[in-house]
Design a protein around this ligand. Sequence first.
Ligand code: ATR
Length: 279
Amino acid sequence: MTKAFVVGHPIKHSRSPLIHGHWLKEYGLVGSYERIDVAPADFPAFLKTFANQGFAGGNVTIPHKEAAFLGVERRTERAERLRAVNTLWVENGVLWGDNTDVLGFMAHLDQSLGTAWEQDVDTALVIGAGGAARAIVAGLQDRPIRRILVANRTASKAEELVRDLKSPGPSLEVVPWENLGAALEKSGLIVNTTSLGMTGQPPLLLDLAKAPARAIVADIVYVPLLTPLLAAATARDLRIVDGLGMLLHQAVPGFARWFGVTPQVTPELRALIVADIEG
Ligand code: ATR
């Protein structure tokens, strides 16, 4: 029986077991996927011993993504670039790490909008400069868009992101937080990667009246599913991309590695997670 895990601290709210459990059932596989709570001090030892406990690999979540990056023996190019690992597996005795958040966000955009969305986007605006923002910028850099703007409350973090992720692809520029409104007017794709808009947090206040008529508005927050930002975008008839899809799609590559079947993100899976969020 193949066993996989999601490791974090705390971990009890993770929805990953629901996602992987659904796929195990759907594809008739004999396997398990469990939550494991590991405190930061114990994480390096966990990395060295999970294989001996019979696990094929697992997902890594807050606060261990950077420690996982440092602790693995080999990394994919994406993980190397982002300096964060969210997926672990052992191959020929070697501990590997990948970052599937990049693929998760891009696969979700493509599936929600069709790949032609790129034709409407000259400039993309990424709000926030944390780990999720890095993954999204890295994904967008592989696409034929001209410019990526990054705005963050703490400017130094946006500057650091731009320094770390400079590439020959689209130009990457910092926009001062106070100039978000002006940046919005030029942006065909607007992505919130901050926690603003999450249940219990203040909303992200953007005047979407200034956004281009064909703009796409994406949020990585998925509780609630329709964030105040996405509700405002809907009211303006803009195309929206919600945060749940990224969570679902980032799970695909790990499942494929551990269990040997590439799973599909289906409406049934979405409905299952939506029911959990709303329940
Ligand atoms: P993640 O890995 O999910 O991206 P993170 O690294 O903690 O999480 O990043 C959180 C992001 O949300 C940061 O860009 C943070 O801005 P700061 O760098 O200024 O802290 C942003 N954020 C969180 N709360 C915010 C708030 N009240 N207003 C504006 N930005 C906020």
